[in-house]
Design a protein around this ligand. Structure first.
Ligand SMILES: NC(=O)c1ccc[n+]([C@@H]2O[C@H](COP(=O)([O-])OP(=O)(O)OC[C@H]3O[C@@H](n4cnc5c(N)ncnc54)[C@H](OP(=O)(O)O)[C@@H]3O)[C@@H](O)[C@H]2O)c1
Length: 473
């Protein structure tokens, strides 16, 4: 038998460390040998939970089945894994550190490996590789359970990279996400209610899944009732709680957005965060049944009307220490376009779907900053973010060429959703009114002539108001 033992100290509480480390779905976040990790039993993680893991060992990818065989939260978890050639027993002990030493948790990780049918020679070959892999995994776990870095403000070097466009855009990639080396989000969200639009696919689906796993009540908003119901069932099985609600609305239609807001006000006694994620990029100009150009309808009018209509509920839910949050999912494409408020529906100019999309996303960034200023006293913080370049069904359909050529560089939906989840759960230490990528604020304007001036923003709000017909309560 090969026994590996490593220790680490985390500034996080034992329950946060336990929740993260005992959930082997997170393995790909900290063990470089883990290629895939899924939970195959329904319900919360606990005694009897089974994880299917794919582990890279040299040139081979080996499937392993892990089962939780010991469960004493937040003190100890035991997972027994079995693969074709190996049996592993992983025991993780968590002990609180005294407050006089700064608090936090000591973790002792013990892994016992038995090779099936191998002689002493196999043990000699495998041991050094297992030791190296084990150390790498513990270093990964240490990084994930490190303290949240202090909230960063804008920096001249980041601003310069953004302004030079290419270095800024390099950060949009999967490699850019890895470079940011962000620790795990382990916040207990069981007292939060979070509304996620566009929850049925891509980035929104990932944000909803993570938030549900962290315990939040998640309201899934989508336009397809069957998809929403199936997703609700999946999330209940995956997250292990049933605080998952669905709301059907075609957000391209203002009448449906208004009806949705009314239903949410009636059904949700609190709304701690609203994630305006639904969006689309269209190649051709087309009007909705209400006569609006569909890109502006889904990417701008929908978040505009929904956010303002939910403001009273957000206001009632936010406090000075834990403000309610609005997260507007924008795009790096917003950098490339100025805002033309005279032709929001693109009736005059020849239609360019990428331009229409970028303009709507730019407007959303400008509005986020303004709303944040206006709603400070209500303890409602509003931010825009961009997820980077993410491999989603939306990108594959709307930008097939880009998807094909950039595939190796595209982020996973989880990576794209990271800052959304982080912002939705952020407390008062995280300022509002910013444009975030990978939990860092970025400049909003890099090309001369694209700045949205106060007057333009006022005109935009007037035009949107006349369509939206919602007032602030
Ligand atoms: N992927 C990227 O690289 C990237 C980059 C920058 C910004 N973004 C932004 O990230 C957000 C999510 O995009 P994604 O890449 O995850 O795209 P996606 O896979 O196409 O997901 C878009 C979501 O929006 C929903 N949606 C679209 N039109 C709707 C409507 N009229 N009413 C209600 N729901 C509607 C879709 O519902 P259905 O499932 O019913 O289609 C889906 O749930 C968008 O705002 C997008 O602009 C993405």
């Amino acid at each position: 038998m090969i026994r590996l033992q490593e220790t680490l100290t985390s500034p996080r509480s034992p329950s946060e460390c336990f929740r993260y480390a005992a959930d082997f779905r997170q393995l790909t976040g900290w063990d470089p040998t883990a290629v895939r990790a899924t939970k195959t039993t329904p319900g919360p993680v606990g005694l009897g939970t089974v994880f299917e893991i794919a582990v890279r060992f040299g040139p081979r990818v080996l499937p392993m089945r892990y089962e939780v065989t010991g469960w004493r939260p937040p003190h100890q978890v035991v997972l027994r894994g079995e693969g074709e050639t190996v049996i592993a027993t992983d025991t993780i002990r968590f002990s609180p550190r005294p407050a006089r030493d700064g608090g936090g948790t000591d973790l002792v990780y013990t892994a016992d490996l038995e090779l099936k049918g191998g002689g002493a020679w196999l043990d000699r070959v495998v041991r050094p590789i297992a030791v190296i892999n084990g150390r790498r995994a513990i270093n990964g776990l240490r990084r994930q359970l490190a303290a949240e870095p202090p909230v960063v403000t804008r920096s001249w070097s980041r601003d310069l990279a953004d302004r030079l466009l290419l270095p800024g855009a390099a950060k949009f990639t999967r490699q850019g996400f890895a470079h940011a080396r962000l620790p795990a989000i382990t916040t207990d969200a069981s007292d939060r209610t979070i509304v996620v639009t566009g929850a049925t696919s891509g980035i929104g689906l990932s944000a909803a899944t993570t938030l549900a796993r962290l315990g939040a009540r998640v309201v899934l908003v989508g336009r397809d009732g069957a998809k929403l119901q199936a997703l609700r069932d999946t999330l209940i099985a995956d997250a292990g709680h049933d605080r998952i609600a669905v709301q059907i609305a075609d957000l391209a239609l203002q009448s449906e957005v208004r009806a949705l807001a009314a239903r949410l006000i009636a059904s949700e006694p609190r709304i701690d965060a609203l994630i305006n994620n639904a969006g689309a990029l269209y190649g051709e100009r087309a009007l909705t049944a209400e006569g609006r150009e569909r890109s502006v309808a889904i990417n701008l009018l929908a978040p505009y009307t929904l956010t303002r209509a939910l403001l009273p509920r957000l206001t009632a839910s936010g406090t000075a220490t834990q403000p309610a949050r609005v997260v507007n999912v924008s795009s790096g494409g917003q950098y490339l376009q100025a805002l033309d408020v005279d032709d929001l529906d693109y009736a005059k100019a020849p239609y360019d779907g990428t331009k229409a999309y970028a303009q709507a996303k730019r407007a959303l960034v400008a509005l986020s900053r303004q709303w944040n200023d206006d709603w400070q006293a209500r303890h409602v913080r509003v931010d825009a973010m961009h997820p980077g370049w993410v491999d989603t069904p939306g990108v594959e359909t709307s930008l097939p060429g880009f998807h094909r050529t950039m595939r190796r560089f595209l982020r996973t939906p989880e990576q794209g959703a990271d800052s959304i989840v982080w912002l939705a759960l952020a407390d008062a230490a995280v300022p509002g009114g910013q444009f975030w990528l990978d939990r860092q604020p970025h400049v909003t304007d890099v090309i001369p002539g694209t700045v949205v001036h106060r007057n333009t923003l006022k005109m935009l709000a007037e035009r949107l108001d006349s369509v939206s017909e919602t007032g602030i309560a």
